[in-house]
Write a protein that binds this ligand. Sequence first.
Ligand SMILES: [Zn+2]
Ligand SMILES: [Zn+2]
Length: 199
Amino acid sequence: MTHRIQCTCGQVRGEIVQPRRAMRAVCYCRDCQTYAHLLRRADQVLDAAGGTDVIATPASNLAITAGREHLACVSLSPRGLLRWYAACCDTPVANTPRDWKLPYVGLVHTCLRQPDPLERSFPQVEIRIYTKSAHGAVPADTALPGKLHFLRMVMRLTGMRLTGAYKSTPLFSASGEPVAAPRVAGTEEIEAARRAATA
Ligand SMILES: [Zn+2]
Ligand SMILES: [Zn+2]
């Protein structure tokens, strides 16, 4: 059974083809917090400790079925992660490396709650990362199972890099260009978001 995804307003739609080939993680890093404030979606994106719930999966496991033209892409630095969002309603959708040969997507929970509820396909957080940047206490790390799952995913991604399977992704063209031109956010914009994130 696939897991259908959509942005808040419903114009961007897609699916995770095989939800079992994905891992649920919470990232507390400063950049994810800054990004949520940059889009002015911190209330919707971040949990009480500043964490972002993401589903990590190979890019080939993601399909965008509608509203591709609304996808936009911003980055916090010229070499930073590409942070994809639905510009129709400023809903974070996914984070990806700049290099499409690392065919990984971190889908942000904000597009994973409807029409299919997040908990149906992904009942448990498997790993929590960058917990040192969390605001306050976070639940204990899920230890071995999450870490094994993570290792398995790294091995799978390495395999995809070697076989050319990375070319199957809805976020990059056949020549490896992002399907929406990445915009590097301005220094002042980033500073303001950082301040908001640490407030
Ligand atoms: Zn939308
Ligand atoms: Zn992060």
